[in-house]
Design a protein around this ligand. Structure first.
Ligand code: THU
Length: 139
């Protein structure tokens, strides 16, 4: 993954934010902690973690926690510069289908999504619109 010095600095800040958030994950059912960090238009890092529930379907993934918190804090859909997803519990991670649908609505189509597991060499990067081809949208 080739990043400019500015992009590398942003990546490092996002990774630190996602790592801190993953430490707050509430995941007694899966024991799979995830942190997600958003870079706002103003250069602020906002993060979220997964929050599980004994009624499994109520679980909120880290990506949606970060995105919903950021919107609730007043940041506008489409205004974010990047999203990074991190887990300490696997070599790689990739966003679930539900989060891809939410990302498509709240992030710009060309917004970069970085995915990082506990093997730092295996960082992967996509554009939001690459993650959900043929996505549902309202007419
Ligand atoms: N999870 C996330 O938070 N983000 C992902 O990208 C994949 C999965 C969470 C949901 C659940 O709490 C746990 O990881 C196992 O699926």
């Amino acid at each position: 993954m080739e990043l400019s010095p500015t992009q590398q600095q942003q990546f490092d800040r996002l990774l630190a934010g996602a790592q801190q958030a993953a430490a707050h994950a509430y995941c007694p059912h899966s024991r799979f902690a995830v942190g997600a960090a958003l870079l706002t238009a103003e250069g602020e890092v906002l993060a979220g973690c997964n929050v599980e529930n004994a009624s499994y379907g109520l679980t909120n993934c880290a990506e949606r926690t970060a995105l919903f918190s950021a919107i609730a804090a007043g940041h506008r859909p489409g205004s974010f510069q990047a999203l990074l997803v991190y887990t300490p519990n696997a070599a790689q991670i990739t966003p679930c289908g539900a989060c891809r649908q939410v990302m498509l609505e709240l992030l710009a189509a060309d917004c970069p999504v970085f995915c990082v597991g506990n093997d730092p060499v295996r960082v992967r990067q996509w554009r939001v619109d690459e993650l959900l081809p043929g996505a549902f949208t309202l007419p």
